[in-house]
Design a protein. Structure first.
Length: 267
């Protein structure tokens, strides 16, 4: 009788072991979250080295650069505040692997001032070294799991892309981004392109960091509607930099400012 019980139990134990091993294979490695700056440019450092009084007084080289960076930053954040805040809320949140769906899932509540308390569910589907992301956002009974952004990346979080949609009322693509992570930091070199139909379709903002360069931050703005390109480079810590725009300066030269934000001769 004991021998019979043993023969019955052996297959059950083997089946259980195989099942657990299969679940582990299905789960695989947890994907690395893309850097937060992959979804929104970090332009705050452009003016952080100066005081508001000095900003108002400067209307030439630095002033032209600052106005354009501020305008485009404002346009992007105005349309993207909910999905960007949602994604940032997932950072530091422990992901759970759902065996049934085969997805990694991050869930979190977050608040957007003057808009309300939202919930985000970020899912990641892993296929080898490729990851597909979907960001579902809800707002009480008003918005239920609207896909406000989706994207793709490498498993190690080294590079990827996003598409951000305008709103639940108009769920068409508003902006896309192509990004690559800088080392292991939360910084990314990223290009944002307007996808929405209209005068600004195809306009873009590129933000990059080169820690080995004197002018270690760069922005290139392509304004399709005005047929204009603006190049801005500056030193993140000291604040000095340069700007180039043929439409504004009527030449192909860089125009510089010093650490006090006053016009200076380019070296």
């Amino acid at each position: 009788m004991k021998r019979l019980i043993a023969w019955v139990l052996i297959p059950l134990v083997m089946l259980s072991a195989c099942s657990e091993e299969g679940d582990g294979d299905l789960q695989g490695a947890e994907p690395v979250l893309p850097p937060t700056s992959s979804m929104a440019p970090e332009f705050g450092s452009f003016s952080s080295s100066s005081e508001s009084g000095r900003q108002a007084a400067v209307i030439s080289n630095w002033g032209y650069a600052a106005v354009n960076v501020a305008v485009y930053s404002s346009i992007l954040y105005q349309h993207l505040v909910v999905p960007v805040t949602a994604f940032k809320a997932t950072v530091g949140t422990q992901a759970q692997f759902d065996v049934e769906s085969g997805l990694w899932i991050w869930e979190r509540s977050f608040n957007v001032p003057n808009k309300g308390e939202y919930q985000v569910k970020l899912t990641a589907s892993v296929d080898g070294t490729d990851v597909s992301w979907i960001g579902y956002i809800s707002l009480g009974s008003t918005i239920e799991e609207f896909v406000w952004f989706d994207g793709a990346s490498q498993l190690d979080g080294s590079a990827g892309s996003w598409t951000l949609y305008e709103s639940p009322e108009n769920p068409s693509a508003w902006l896309s981004s192509e990004w690559s992570r800088i080392d292991d930091s939360e910084q990314a070199n990223v290009t944002f392109t307007v996808e929405k139909e209209g005068d600004n379709l195809g306009s873009s903002v590129s933000y990059s960091v080169d820690l080995n360069a004197d002018l270690d931050r760069s922005v290139m703005i392509t304004d399709v509607s005005a047929s204009n390109e603006i190049y801005v480079d500056w030193n993140h810590e000291a604040g000095y930099g340069q700007v180039k725009s043929h439409a504004y300066f009527q030449d192909e030269l860089y125009h510089c400012w010093d650490a006090q934000l006053m016009d200076a001769t380019c070296e």
